[in-house]
Write a protein that binds this ligand. Structure first.
Ligand code: DMJ
Length: 458
């Protein structure tokens, strides 16, 4: 899945000329306006080449489906709803509402990945409902959740299958992982609250229970889990890296957003073990090592993905602020070294393992939450550094694109704008600089895909 090999030392890449990087910062409002302009630049590319499709490929000017080959759900539209709202792009939002009213339909004969459908589309429609008050969006979120619920109800353990056919209700793929099993309590808990039907919340809690019951005597978890046999498939615990990452994020969210005491207790128990056995320091940087969940002994390898950088904000929000701030600083060192954070590095040497950059939002996600948590200007400065690097290296005439290689100069372009970037990167940056009136920065909660489930204001 991850972990390809393209080793190049940190020193040799640092010697290359860079575009972007630290520089004098304009005032926050000016940066907020720049971020909004750049979001619009990406959005216009989507509208021009892919309107109604799931995702745009802005270099070739083409479009693709994300979930089911041959059918698009308008994923980018769903992902963008609350971003358009907070940015006060109301005409654009009205076009999205119109498109969804005409096309939203989940009665599709295709296998859909439950995890991605929940964090992107169920959450996107709930956030869209909060943003617009359009009841059909809540009905759509509920209809989709009902079609996905078979992943949970057909499982002998309660931990969900990975795929559901939205038309037939057939389920498939029992070999799952922590993130896919445990990243639904925010959406399902909110749906239970909004609809008065507790079945969604119950499904999430049962899924958590099935996995957490299998923790070791050290309170550590494995990573990949057979949901039919109720057992971990291998002993390596990669947390907080993917594919464990948002399992922990949602445990905390179950408490902070929904007030579920059990969720807080689980978060605390598992996080205490994670911090006890997994924190490691290398050359002044704090990282998390892979361990055998049964013994706590080092296992696996010393590679870590950019996706884990979200954990800086989570562990800080959860009460371990010093760990979160130190982990953020580690990733800032990677940003300083490579201008943008490559997909995979070796934390022993900071050498690149996979040089691609998938427009990943996890580092600015941490900057955003840590800024509102601490008020430390360092988070704005580094977020601005990230933004200028993004703009300098990922911007193309018709939008923004992922990169194939951050080591070359210029960086090597890919041809894809992931739908999550309509929901995440630009939104985090905009909220922390523009401080828009439609967002309550003192009381908010975003899901793992950047959907604002708490904190939207009229
Ligand atoms: C997003 O889909 C979500 O943030 C998810 O939790 C994992 N990361 C991707 C983007 O990198």
């Amino acid at each position: 899945m991850r972990r390809r090999n393209f080793l190049l030392s940190a020193a040799s890449v640092a010697a290359l000329p860079v575009l972007g990087g630290a520089q004098d910062m304009p005032d926050a409002k000016t940066i907020g306006a720049q971020v909004r302009d750049e979001f619009l630049h990406a959005w216009n590319g989507y509208k021009q080449f892919a309107w109604g499709s799931d995702e745009v490929h802005p270099v070739s000017g083409t479009a693709t489906d994300f979930f089911v080959k041959g059918h698009s759900f308008g994923l980018s539209i769903i992902e963008a709803l609350d971003t358009l709202y907070v940015m006060e792009l109301d005409d654009e939002l009205a076009s999205c509402v119109k498109w969804l009213q005409a096309h939203l339909d989940f009665d599709i004969d295709g296998n859909v990945q439950m995890f991605e459908a929940v964090i992107r589309m169920v959450a996107g429609l709930i956030a869209g409902y909060y943003a617009t008050g359009e009841r059909f969006m809540l009905d759509g979120a509920r209809d989709l959740a009902d079609r996905l619920l078979v992943c949970f109800t057909k499982s002998p353990t309660g931990a969900p299958y990975r795929y559901a056919n939205l038309h037939t209700g057939a389920v498939s793929d029992p070999k799952s992982n922590l993130a896919e099993i445990g990243s639904n309590i925010l959406e399902f808990g909110d749906l239970s609250r909004l609809t008065g039907d507790s079945k969604y919340m119950q499904a999430s809690m049962r899924a958590y229970q099935a996995v957490i019951d299998k923790r070791s005597h050290l309170d550590l978890l494995g990573t990949n889990f057979d949901i039919e046999r109720g057992m971990f498939l291998d002993p390596v615990d990669v947390a907080p890296d993917e594919p464990a990452d948002s399992f922990y994020e949602y445990l905390w969210g179950g408490w902070q957003m929904l007030g579920v005491e059990q969720s807080r207790a689980w978060y605390r128990t598992l996080t205490d073990a994670l911090l006890k056995y997994k924190v490691t320091h290398v050359s002044g940087n704090l990282w998390f090592r892979e361990v055998d969940y049964r013994t706590g002994a080092p296992a696996g390898d010393t590679q870590i993905t950019e996706l884990s950088s979200f954990y800086a904000e989570l562990v800080a929000k959860g009460g371990d602020r010093a760990v979160g701030e130190a982990f953020y600083d580690s990733w800032t060192n990677v940003l300083d070294t490579y201008t943008l954070i490559p997909e995979v590095i070796d934390y022993q040497t900071l050498a690149i393992v996979d040089p691609a950059y998938g427009m990943r939002p996890e580092y600015p996600n941490s900057a955003f939450d840590l800024w509102f948590l601490t008020g430390d200007p360092k988070y704005r400065a580094t977020a601005y550094q990230y933004f200028t690097a993004l703009r300098a290296n990922c911007r193309v005439p018709n939008g923004y694109t992922v990169l194939k290689d951050v080591r070359t100069r210029p960086m090597t372009l890919g041809d894809h704008f992931p739908a999550y970037s309509f929901s995440e990167n630009f939104k985090y940056l905009y909220l922390m600089f523009a401080e828009p009136s439609r967002f309550d920065s003192a009381h908010y909660y975003l899901n793992t895909e950047g959907k604002v489930l708490r904190g939207l204001r009229d």
